[in-house]
Design a protein around this ligand. Structure first.
Ligand code: MRU
Length: 358
């Protein structure tokens, strides 16, 4: 993605360091976070310095590569044990996004195929970088397929941030919008603020500003108003995990947007790479939903008029909060799923057909 005339990826590895755009600080500060080892990388995923399903997948793969490079011993069995410990720590950071598990399993299989530690370390670096390149390419393809669904002068609603910041590059839900904009279509984006962490108003709006794509932030509760008053033609969201019956887990609030879209006959699309499908999840009931800290709801973060970052409490001291980070949208509300291989209906048959071609 282009930031101040320079091309960046959300996450990359150089030597044994993992670099990531620090998403805790956006849109107020653009800073690169440098992680020195896999423990710091796991912590960056947990605290959402890096977030979004494909981005945490690639970061998890780099974390395993860091673990491999950081191993000091000479015995391959000890090396294997060390990688499995890193796997456990990295996988325990965020439970819902399937890409994290997919990427870590991919890289672990590649490196443990070796019997020599030196070769395993070389492969860890090689394949984690290849994984990140591959993931960025998939998102670009999602953009090309999704762009064909977007007509000139359409108004599009999106929820959370499923942009380049949530991926290695391009984005999932924002990729078709980007490609439509590059191909000179006039598009306008309604950006749900996405409480409690405001990934819409802080990250999606920031990305659209960088690309000069017309948009307005709207309160989460306003999407129904705009859909009913025919201001929205099309909805595109990302996904954290998709079950084999087409049920989709995505940022909390996605489900209600999908129901309102159906009620108003507005197409509701999900954009996600095939790595988001979980063959072990028969339906949305099998998808683990992350419960995050109540402070995300009870406090707000921002800058004051002197540009000082502040955290302020917005609820009574005595009030607790409940904070599920994701919800599941049943397949019946979804018009189609935009993948790197094309657009599919959210049915078991279509998913199996696409998965066979993965
Ligand atoms: O909690 P987050 O910010 O990691 O949640 C991100 C989302 O829900 C995205 O929509 C999803 O990961 C798809 S990202 C391309």
């Amino acid at each position: 993605m282009l930031i101040k005339n320079k091309n960046y990826r959300t996450v990359w590895m150089q030597d044994s360091f993992v670099y990531m755009i620090n998403q805790q600080l956006l849109p107020h500060k653009f800073e690169i976070y440098k992680s020195k080892n896999y423990i710091q990388t796991a912590n960056a995923i947990k605290t959402m310095i890096v977030r979004g399903a494909p981005a945490i997948g690639a970061t998890g793969a780099f974390g395993i590569a860091q673990a491999a490079l950081g191993f000091k011993g000479t015995n391959f069995e000890d090396f294997k044990e060390h990688i499995e410990k890193a796997e456990k720590i990295l996988k325990s950071t965020r439970p819902t996004a399937h890409d994290l598990f997919y990427a870590i399993d991919f890289i672990k299989e590649k490196i443990l195929k070796n019997s020599k530690i030196k070769n395993a370390k070389d492969d860890a670096v090689k394949y984690s970088n290849e994984y990140a390149d591959w993931s960025a390419g998939l998102c670009r393809n999602i953009g090309e397929h999704g762009n064909r669904l977007i007509k000139n002068n359409q108004n599009i609603l999106t929820h959370c941030n499923a942009g380049a910041l949530a991926c290695v590059d391009f984005g999932t839900a924002l990729s078709p919008i980007r490609i439509a904009h590059y191909s000179k279509k006039n598009v306008f984006v309604y950006v749900d603020e996405t409480r409690p962490r405001n990934q819409g108003s802080s990250l999606t709006a920031w990305e659209l500003t960088q690309e000069k794509i017309n948009h307005s932030i709207i309160a989460d509760n306003a999407a129904g108003f705009f859909m009913k008053s025919k201001k929205i033609d099309f909805v595109i969201v990302g996904a954290d995990r998709i079950a084999m019956n087409g049920d989709v887990a995505n940022k909390i609030g996605t489900y209600s947007k999908a129901v309102i879209a159906k009620e108003n006959s507005i197409p509701f699309y999900v954009a996600a790479p095939l790595s988001t499908f979980d063959i072990d999840a028969k339906s949305g009931n099998d998808i683990p939903i992350e419960e995050r800290h109540e402070d995300e709801l009870l406090y707000m973060h921002g800058i004051d008029e002197n540009k000082i970052m502040r955290k302020i409490r917005i609820a009574p001291q005595e009030s607790p909060a409940k904070n599920p980070a994701f919800d599941v949208t049943p397949a019946k509300y979804i018009t189609g799923i935009i993948t790197e291989k094309g657009v599919m209906k959210p049915t078991k048959e279509e998913i199996e057909r696409f998965a066979a071609n993965k």
